[in-house]
Design a protein around this ligand. Structure first.
Ligand SMILES: Cc1cc2nc3c(=O)[nH]c(=O)nc-3n(C[C@H](O)[C@H](O)[C@H](O)COP(=O)(O)OP(=O)(O)OC[C@H]3O[C@@H](n4cnc5c(N)ncnc54)[C@H](O)[C@@H]3O)c2cc1C
Length: 297
């Protein structure tokens, strides 16, 4: 039978309230008792991984999250598939195709978009700097994995660091590829202006790739394809004025590869010539490779 509100006395209300409180307490104690009887999972060791590149990303995905409390710290909130970076720089691939957000890693306890700035191995703490306002915070660890990669080596070439992002572009991060892509298009648009002098147009259409390693060769091939397939359609009058040059200090390009692979890929006697670089050291002995070489790769 349901009582009307007016029929319920104050003492009855008090009784109900006490009863509810008591039941809650009993339930809580029961819950605690059961919990203490059950097998309480041991605290998982905290693994802090610095870097979301090839090393950090692979480890973070592979570690058993039931056993480890995995935390990631990196300024890059995505993993970058670097072998395809040269393709994005000229638009063969879209940027989104070669990156994978770190937050898709299942069971990850935490990700901080920050740079590690210091490690205290006594206290087992990493000092981090978040990338937005530069504010610092500490992250304790049981195990620390450092996978922060390396910086592009300029070999102390004068002017390179100072001109980075304006005339000089590295190719390591996604934003580098984006900058290169924008710059190449800008050069062609500017070169098509009727107000430009011949010398200035020639300068804008001269592309120099420094280093004859795999990344440079891949990028040069991609750029060559871009010129052949896209620029030839959009800027047919400019194509014959484009120069593409590779500068390599060693005796040949792709020097890091096995000699067999190198000679397989190399067409017989491509039209390249040794020359002294106008830039002086460290390119005192340079190899200039013509565009036709890369067309054949
Ligand atoms: C264009 C290009 C093409 C390549 N192609 C190939 C290929 O075909 N085959 C091949 O084997 N290798 C290739 N490589 C090389 C390969 O990418 C590297 O060997 C590999 O990335 C190294 O892995 P890593 O985990 O040591 O560092 P990285 O992959 O460079 O990752 C470093 C990570 O650390 C983060 N980080 C940097 N500073 C900090 C900090 N202070 N705190 C926290 N995190 C930080 C970065 O944001 C990044 O996420 C290529 C490289 C490039 C640039």
């Amino acid at each position: 039978m349901r009582l009307k509100k007016s029929q319920i006395t104050d003492s009855e209300i008090q009784y109900e309230t006490d009863r509810e409180t008591m039941m809650r307490r009993v339930g809580y104690k029961l819950h605690r008792g059961l919990a203490s009887m059950a097998e309480v999972p041991a605290k998982r060791p905290r693994v802090v991984i610095l870097g979301t590149g090839w090393g950090g990303n692979k480890l973070a995905r592979g570690l058993d999250k039931e056993k480890f409390d995995v935390r990631l710290i990196s300024p890059a909130n995505h993993f970058l598939f670097t072998p395809f970076l040269p393709s994005t720089a000229v638009g063969t691939l879209e940027f989104r195709c070669i990156q994978e957000p770190v937050r898709t890693i299942k069971g990850l306890s935490e990700y901080y978009q920050a740079k590690a700035r210091a490690v205290d191995t006594e206290k087992k703490v990493v000092t981090c700097e978040e990338i937005f306002k530069g504010e610092q915070f500490e992250v304790p660890y049981d195990y620390l994995v450092v996978g922060v990669g390396c910086k592009t080596n300029t070999f102390n070439t004068p002017g390179v660091s100072e001109r980075e992002g304006t005339e000089v572009f590295f190719l390591k991060h996604l934003y580098h590829a984006r900058m290169i892509r924008n710059r190449i298009l800008e050069c062609f648009e500017r070169a098509s202006s009727p107000t430009l002098s011949d010398n200035e147009r020639k300068r804008l259409l001269s592309f120099v790739v420094v280093g004859g390693g795999p990344t440079s060769c891949e990028f040069t091939s991609e750029l060559s394809d871009f010129l052949k397939h896209d620029v030839s359609r959009w800027f047919p009058d400019l194509l014959h004025q484009v120069t593409l040059t590779v500068v390599e200090a060693g005796p040949s390009i792709l020097g890091s590869f096995d000699k067999g692979i190198e000679s397989n890929n190399r067409p017989p006697c491509p039209p390249f010539s040794h020359t002294h670089s106008p830039q002086g050291p460290p390119f005192s002995k340079s190899l200039y490779v013509s565009l036709s070489f890369f067309k054949s790769l």
